[in-house]
Structures are given as C-alpha cells and as structure tokens.
Design a protein around this ligand. Structure first.
Ligand code: ZN
Length: 306
C-alpha cells in the first residue's frame, strides 16, 4: 500500500477573481471545479488542474474574502513546486511571469502569486506522466506538468521522521527530504528551517497538502495513521473524493484523499468548472448561495484574452 504522491494542495485566497486570473489566465491551469466550501457554503472552493482534473496537478483555494494576509512559519507549507519539461520552458515562464518573478537559477525558477504564495518551477527528469492543461498562449511543451513536491517549515524535522517513514511510507532522500512514490506517480516533501516568528494562516498561505490513495485502500490508510499515533478525522465524503485529515508531527495539516470518483462525477469533462457545482447535499442551497458568491471571470475567456 503506497501513497501516489500529492493529490492536491489547498491554499487560501482573499481575492477570488484575481485568483482565477492568475491560475487560469496566467499559469494556464484549467479550472476544473467551481464549488463552495463544504464547511461554509457562502464562499468558493476553486480547483485548478490539468485538462482532466487529475490528482497530482490540482491546486485548490478556499475563498475567504475578508482574510488577512497570512504568514508562513513552522508547520506550514511555504512553497509549491511544479514540473516543467526544459530550460526553454523556464525561459518562457520567466518572461510570462514578469513582475511575479522572484529568482531564476539553472533548472529552476521561483515566483509568487498576487497574494504572496510561493511557487517553484523545476526541470525534472521523471517517467511520470505530464499532467498538462491547454491554454491558447502556452505551447504544450512549456505547460506546467503537475506537482513535483512541496516544501514546508519545521523547527525539528526529526520529530516527523518515524511517522513519515514507518506510517506513511515516505522514502528518505537527501537531508530533510522524502519521496512519496506509488505505482504511478511520486512527489517530494521537503523541510526547511523556519523563519523567526510564528506562522499564521491567511491569504496567500497553504492550508493543507493532500496525498493520493487508491479508493479501496483509503480505510486501511485511516487505520494505519491512527495506529501510528495520528489524530485522524473520520472519513469525510467530499463527493469528488473521500478524505481524512491529520497533522503530521511537525504540525503541517495533511489529508489523504482518494483517486476518484473525480470531477466528472457531476458535469461533463468538456464543461468542467463552467457552472457552480454543488454536491447533492448542498444543491438545495443553490438559490440562497449563488447571489452571495463573488462574481468571477470566465476562466477560459480569461485564458483567451490578449
Ligand atoms: Zn483537501
């Protein structure tokens, strides 16, 4: 039983329209689901991914319109790393990202979204399938290819080692880095020394990282996390996948989510993300919540704009 790398990464935005413009318009991801936060259905939960909404490419945002700016610190994922194919792809992104750029080095590039969430693009040799979306301004060979990994802050990475390696099956790599690899995909998880001051969740920070599990192994993962000492939630049916949540010993909020049933469960694959999707348990709220939600640009029109 192995985790198949990252399933999704969830962060917080205080500005959903600008978030759509950045992730669908500039980065060229596909909005694959526009739904509400199941814990607060008056605000969005937005999902961006590759063309099919595959786990391994899916970055999602809770919209909290009044959220203050967050601050990364111990126990928070501070950087999301994506794969690209080549140094030429990095050249393309360096030009396209323009004033969002932070740094460029051989094989990698760093940038931040408009709310300060940090990302890296890395040229990575892998046989994992590239998970790409289509965008009129981005050649397929330059497109983001899905997650390579995440970096988090921990004051004491050793505190997490036994849980990672014995319970979750993370494979130790160099320094404070682990590979999380299943039969089909892998990702890395890396710790860095935290900055001064405590981390505060808020706009521009990662809320949690989810690891991918086969549907028929999800119950067993819950048992294993509990046996390993994790304070794990019951299985929660998120409709597009099932989830459990727990904090790893360094304080980062982890989720294990099932690969499937997926985003085509309630709308055709050609029209993912175009209308507001409400899981059946929330459909009766549609007339109440739709007028409360922030108007959003059409992500594909944003993508096609000059
Ligand atoms: Zn999640």
């Amino acid at each position: 039983m192995k985790l198949e790398g990252i399933h999704h990464v969830t962060a917080i935005t205080a500005d959903a329209p600008r978030n759509v413009e950045f992730y669908a318009g500039l980065l060229g991801l596909r909005m694959v689901k526009k739904t509400v936060n199941q814990d607060d259905p008056t605000v969005y939960h937005l999902f961006y991914a590759d063309e099919r909404g595959d786990p391994g490419s899916d970055i999602t945002f809770f919209e909290y319109p009044d959220a203050r700016q967050g601050r990364t610190g111990a126990g928070i994922v501070h950087t999301v790393r994506w794969r690209v194919a080549s140094e030429e792809a990095l050249d393309f992104w360096e030009r396209r990202l323009d004033n969002h750029m932070l740094a460029r080095a051989p094989g990698r590039l760093e940038f931040a979204d408009p709310e300060g969430l940090r990302h890296e693009l890395a040229v990575v040799q892998t046989s994992d399938e590239p998970l790409t979306a289509e965008h009129p301004e981005i050649l397929a060979e330059f497109a983001l290819q899905g997650f390579d990994g995440v970096r988090a802050f921990s004051a004491d990475p050793e505190r997490s080692r036994e849980f990672f390696e014995q319970t979750l099956g993370f494979q130790p790599q160099k320094d404070d880095t682990w590979e999380v690899r299943g039969e089909r995909r892998g990702s890395t998880y890396e710790f860095d020394a935290p900055p001064e001051g405590i981390g505060i969740g808020g706009a521009g920070t990662v809320h949690h990282v989810a690891w991918a599990s086969a549907i028929d192994e999800h119950d067993a993962w819950r048992d294993r996390v509990a046996a390993g000492g994790g304070h794990v939630t019951p299985i929660i049916d998120r409709y597009y996948f099932k989830s459990i949540y727990f904090r790893e010993p360094s304080g980062v909020l982890f989720e294990i989510a099932t690969i499937g049933p997926g985003f085509a469960t309630d709308e055709p694959i050609e029209h993912l993300g175009e209308r507001l999707s409400l899981p059946p348990a929330f459909e009766h709220l549609r007339e109440q919540v739709e007028p409360l939600l922030t108007p959003l640009p059409n992500p594909r029109e944003t993508a096609a704009a000059p």
